[in-house]
Structure formats: C-alpha cells, structure tokens
Write a new protein. Sequence first.
Lengths: 335, 327
Amino acid sequence: MTALLEAAGLVRRYFTRRGLLGRVTEVRAVDGVSLRVERGRTLGLVGESGCGKSTTGRLVLGMEMPDAGEVRFDGAPMPPPGTAAWRASRARMQMVFQDPLGALDRRLPVGAQVAEPLEIHRIGTPAKRTARVEDLLRSVGLRPDHAARYPHELSGGQRQRAVLARALATSPDLLVCDEPISALDVSIQAQVMNLLVDLQERTGTAVLFISHDLRAVRQVSHRVAVMYLGRIVEKGEPDAVLHDPAHPYAQALVSAIPHPGRAGRRVVLGGDPPNPADRPSGCAFHPRCSIAVGMCTRVVPELKPRPGDGRLVACHVAQGEVAPGTGVAEVKEAA
Amino acid sequence: MSVPLVAIRGLRVAFDGQPALRGIDLDVMPGEAVGLVGESGCGKSVTWLAALGLLPGRAEAGGSVRLGGEELLGASPATLDRVRGRRVAMIFQDPASSLNPVHRIGAQVVEALALHRGLRGAAARAEAKRLFDQVGIPDAARRLDAYPHELSGGQNQRVMIAIALAGRPDLLVADEPTTALDVTIQAQILELLGALRRETGMALVLISHDLGVVSETCDRVAVMYAGRIVEEAPVGRLFTTPGHPYARGLLGALPPMEGPRRRLLAIPGGVPEPWAMPPGCPFAPRCPLHIAACDSAVPPLVTLAPDHRAACIRATVAPLIEERAAA
C-alpha cells in the first residue's frame, strides 16, 4: 500500500544576518527529513523548540517549498505553491494551529468561519452548507447554536473545537496539527485528544501530530518520530520509543517528563538547546551527550534500523558501531 | 507544631466587583515546598500577587496574610518594600519579559544586591558572580556583562532566580517558572530549585498547571478551582488517593505513560465564568458524583485524613488505581 503522504530527504534552509553588517549565516531548519503517513494513521513528531518540527509540517503541506527532497501526496508530487493545482489540493489537507484564538477571526461568528472552506472550494449549495456546518459543529461536540457566537464568547476548548470543525469542513485526507493542545488547560487537553482519536476513527483522516509533549503523542499516535536540530534521530512505535528509547536524546526527553509519583533517577541534560545557526559537527547532539565518543564529532550518524530489533535510530553508539564513551570530556581530549 | 512562615486566612480578591478569589486559607511552614495547582483563572497567581500587594488598583482584597506575625494585606508601602524581594521573592513564567532588555544581567543582579543587602562596587559584583555560580550559569564572571537577549530562555530563568536569591528570601514564590521552557530545560530548572532549597533552607511555593511538575518538587499540594482551595494533601497522598472529584479528574486527564491506551477521563465542560458561578459547589455542573445536595451550599473543607482535606460532601479516599481499573 502506498502511503498517503510520503516525504523524502526534505531540506529547508533559511538565511539570517546577525546585526547590520554581520555575516550571512545559513540556518538548516530541516536537514534531510523523510517520513510517511498512512491513511487513518497518526504520526507523532516530537522535539523541542527550534528542532524544525513546525517547518516540517509546513513543508509537507506545501506551504513552503523544500530546498531539496520531495513531498508526494497520494502518489503525486506536491504542486508548486500558488498554482491552481496547489489551491485545489488545499481542500484535501488542512492544518490546526496551537493558539485557537489567533487562528480564528474575532470579527466573524464561528459558523461563518466553519463555512468558509466550503465557499472557497465551492462545496455544496448555500442551503446545504448551513446544514453541513451544523453537522460539523455537532461532530466536534459543539451545539448548532454555537454557530452564531463569536470566538471571544467561547471557552478555550470550544474554540479549538471550532478550529477543528473548520479544518474538517472539506473532509480532508490529511490533518497537520501543530501543537494543537499546548495552549489549553489540562482537563481541556484531554477533551481535544479524545476528540482527535474519535474523529480519526470516524473519518479515517491521516494525522501528522506535532508536539513537544511525549505523553500527548503516545495518546494519539501510531508511530512517533523524535527530531533534534532538523533531523529525525529515532522513529518507532510510541510504546517502544517511550519505554525503551534508543537514542541518548530520546532517553533524556523521556526522563525529563514530570511524572506524578515517580521517584528521582532522571537524566538531566546539560547545556542549552542547540542553535540551528551554529550546528555542531558530526552528530548534532554530541555536545550534550553523555556517551559521545570522538567519532561523534566527525561523522553524521544515519537513521537506519538497529541490529537486533530494527528500531530506527541515528546514533553510532546505539547502533553498536562504537562502544559508549564518556561524553564531552572524552570528545575534547580526542580533538 | 511550629509557627507558619506565611499564614493566609480568608483571602478574597475581586476585580471590578467580580470575585476572583473566594476565601483562601493556606499556611506555608518555614522551609516547606508547597505546590499550588489549578487551571487558568482559578486564582493561583492572584493569591500571591495579593499577598505581596502587587495587584492593580482596581482590585479589592480582603482577609488576612501574615508573614511571621506581620500583617501584609493593606500594609504600608514601606512595610511591603521591606518584605518584597528580601523576605519573599517571586519569579514569573517568562524570564525574558521580567528582565530589562537594555541593562546587562550582572547590573540587574547588583541592583537587587544594593537594594536588599546594601552591597556596592566590587563586593556586589563578587556576590553576583557567586550567585551566578550557585544557579549554575557557566562562565559566570563573563556572563555578568551579557544582555538578556544573548542568553537562552533557561539561562534567563537562572538569572531571575539569582536575582530572587539576592535578598536571601525566606520564601520563593515561583509562578509557572518552567512553562515557557523546553522539557529538558524544565528538568534542569526544577533540579536547581530543589537543590537551592536544600542549600538555603528557604520555603518554596510552586504555582503550576502541571501536576507532574508539582509532584516532583513539592512536599504538599493545594488544588485550586474557581477561586477556592478544593483539596490539600501531602504530595504522595494526592496522587494515590485524591479525594475531590476535580483532583481525580485532573489526574485522569493526564495521558498515562504505561499500560494500554485508554480513553482519557476528560472533565466535561469548562470552568464557570465568575459572573455565572453555580449557587453551591462550583464544580457541581462538571462533576460525575453530583447530587442535589451539592447545589445547596458551597462545601467546606473536610478532613479525610491527617493533613488531607477536601471541599466535597461526597469526597472519598478510595485509591485512584482501583477506580481506573474499574473504569
């Protein structure tokens, strides 16, 4: 079976200048990301701020063109942005953002905003559209009379439901959710996660779920990919990655999850989140890694199946190519 | 029992006549770490802003906040100036907006040292460097001359903590100190707060919406809902045997890390608006255990076990694990 969405070797570079007369530096936001999302399945993309997960989301939606690599949607390459074919493809893929209040127009009632995709893509007659909006609102757990309300009259959870209803208006095949629950309260997060799972069961929509929250990713995803500085460093089943992470960064990420009732034994990662404009050589994680060896500073590890269980991981040590080292101290000595 | 460092009694706050806090009783013992948990708008930040006299003029506060026997509510500006930063320090969610972007971070620490400890010149700079070392800022001597924009969010939060420590406070109030930070950096800051508390013996109040964050850092937790404390318990007890249905709901809403993936036990509906508060228990409209008696009066805190109190007429102490297995 071909995947609904297939991305291969995506690269996206930005150029920034530090200061007025500063040197122009290249920032590789996404550096060779490949992923596939099948119909009716959810891929969770996890990572910290600046790791390129949102840029990846924009690339697979064709909102930006990759500098290298290719996105194939339903077997065909993504048309260039702005073309008629690209516009038509919009109806089949939709995006949900973090901040529902920012994603909604404050001056329009919610119903009109949910109807907008139907008007843009000329789906149904005006009369049918009203009925469709009512169905959509019901399907996300809102009442039809909410259609007349303005965004400020709804609670945070209701707003994110309205955003979801709008995204689902065109019955998309793919939904890209970029941190859809981070701005919501804990009890509301649970409502939205349940809703996403229910909607997927009912409509068979494929979902790319971008989040920094591993708990949420486990709850909604069938597969999970961990990103660090523009690259996928580990990919696998959510339970496998969460309970037995192979990459040292994934291990730190898992152990950093605050967990009620858990006692100590946490791997606290030293150092700061990396700066994509000043990318370390070799494995980008080596300056913060506690088991790095000299090789890690020179050779970029490939994402490939680990001998034994076939877990996809990009780490020389996890692959068994070298024995675990002692991290930065050893690396500095070797250099 | 020893004397509490801070004793809050019947604290009420209203903005433009709309009540935000509806009577809070809370004690903080010397050296104790207390977590204050709740969703946005439940009044967890307002409690401490009111206690330190940091609310805007349109807010009306009533009740009592005593710090070591001294009344803070309605105290003179001179009294509050002696307390703020020196006896009670506060750090906030977004360190970048709490620091002055056009001053070097070292100068901002020195300012606090001059104000609270009367240190000047080289002595102040040496103490600032010591504080930077204490909060784990690498290369402290040189970093004193950096500007906030040159540091990461995690490092800026360390600077804020250094400034808070400058007055050697008896109590540090940390209002969502890690919410704006990445998970791995959050872990660093929580470790730091724990270590500082052990070193200095100061008390800590950690305000957070994240039960996980509180569980790892605090001795005791107070859960707030709609301007009231609805449950108070030692941290281990709250997570194994929560009494109030809202606390149970919050724990049930947390996606599990292990076991089969089940539907999350989401709490239906949303927090009631301050102008449409139910007549009885404010949680009643969302509560799975709701009965008619819940609507007649606001339930008082009842003692379920020593140190464990919940404001619910149907509160039980059944272990959460069993309820999950049954669900």
